[in-house]
Design a protein around this ligand. Structure first.
Ligand SMILES: NC(=O)c1ccc[n+]([C@@H]2O[C@H](COP(=O)([O-])OP(=O)(O)OC[C@H]3O[C@@H](n4cnc5c(N)ncnc54)[C@H](O)[C@@H]3O)[C@@H](O)[C@H]2O)c1
Length: 300
């Protein structure tokens, strides 16, 4: 793919990692942030990541921090937004981006769950707008969901898919702009049932996680659920669903158990207790374990 000029808006957890991936792929990247300190540290964070991963450290030279949004986006072929998960802020930002960017630049949002349609509704040229949902950390998790809206031009989707593919990511085309896209719908269907099992006294939180990690969690990186259904047979899958689905949680709202945890200030790592208690050492150990696993499997 020809080298492109990329602008990343938001230099936080996701933004600096997205900039890193594009710079490593050889693109020129500008990055901007409303908070000076977050912008000032972006290059050093990228350099540290590249060093830690054993990637080409010279890629950081292709990243140019720009304090002014207009300067950051005005020459870009592609602008990706990774600012806070707040709809009015994202809507205002895209209006600003559109007023400064080239008319043919593709505009993307990295929102986790907000429908792209809501974010891009006010744009003048909605055919060049889409979603690109990355996963944390962007330089280790391969998937990027590329979400089209009812207005997105097919060429914008194809170009964006190829941009990410050529940068070593695994883009997945989401053909309808539904809340949660694909990955988070699947993930949170599982989380809802996991919470329900604890809420109904069937097992404790530690056991839910242990069961998953010691069973289908072992296979899931190489065997998706629909491959698995074909492997065991759709007839067996149907028989299982006839018995199990009526018993599985299908409530359309967050679990009262989860709501109570939040109301009680049991917010997980940030308060030291959520579904389970977490010491600072246990938190650090779990983060390190996940990072080491993702590093070891990133080329799989
Ligand atoms: N953290 C994740 O695991 C994850 C995964 C996928 C998608 N996302 C989504 O990516 C986006 C960014 O998440 P994050 O975790 O990187 O957040 P973050 O808080 O780490 O970073 C957001 C950055 O945006 C900056 N910012 C806020 N408003 C701005 C504006 N108007 N202009 C310029 N900069 C602005 C902030 O100063 C901050 O540096 C969110 O929409 C989030 O939902 C996050």
């Amino acid at each position: 793919m020809a080298k492109a000029r990329i602008a990343v808006v938001g230099a936080g957890l996701m933004g600096h990692g997205i900039a890193q991936v594009f710079a490593l792929a050889g693109h020129e990247v500008t990055i901007t942030d409303a908070v000076a300190q977050n912008l000032d540290t972006a290059k050093s964070r990228i350099a540290a990541n590249l060093r830690d991963l054993g990637d080409d450290e010279s890629a950081v030279a292709r990243v140019s921090p720009r304090a002014d949004l207009a300067v950051a986006v005005r020459e870009a072929d592609y602008v990706v937004e990774a600012v806070s998960e707040n709809l009015p802020q994202k809507q205002k930002l895209f209006a600003d981006i559109e007023s400064h960017a080239r008319p043919d630049a593709i505009l993307a949002s990295n929102t986790s769950v907000i429908p792209i349609t809501s974010i891009m509704r006010g744009l003048q040229k909605r055919e060049r707008a889409l979603g690109t949902h990355w996963w944390n950390p962007p330089f280790l998790v391969p998937l990027v969901e590329v979400i089209e809206t009812q207005w997105t031009a097919p060429q914008a989707v194809e170009w964006t898919m190829e941009l990410h593919r050529a940068a070593g990511k695994k883009p997945a085309h989401v053909k309808k702009d539904v809340p949660g896209f694909i990955g988070n719908r699947l993930q949170h269907a599982l989380w809802r049932e996991a919470i329900s099992l604890v809420e109904n006294g069937i097992c404790d939180a530690e056991t839910v996680d242990a069961v998953i990690k010691a069973s289908f969690g072992r296979r899931i990186a190489v065997l998706g659920p629909l491959e698995n259904a074909d492997l065991v047979g759709t007839d067996l899958t149907l028989a299982i669903h006839e018995t199990v689905l009526p018993a599985i949680d299908s409530r359309p709202a967050p679990s009262p158990y989860l709501q109570k945890l939040v109301a009680d200030g049991k917010l997980g790592f940030k308060s030291g207790e959520g579904f389970r208690k977490w010491s600072a050492e246990e938190q650090a150990a779990l983060r390190a374990k996940v990072f080491a696993h993702l590093k070891a499997t990133r080329d799989a």
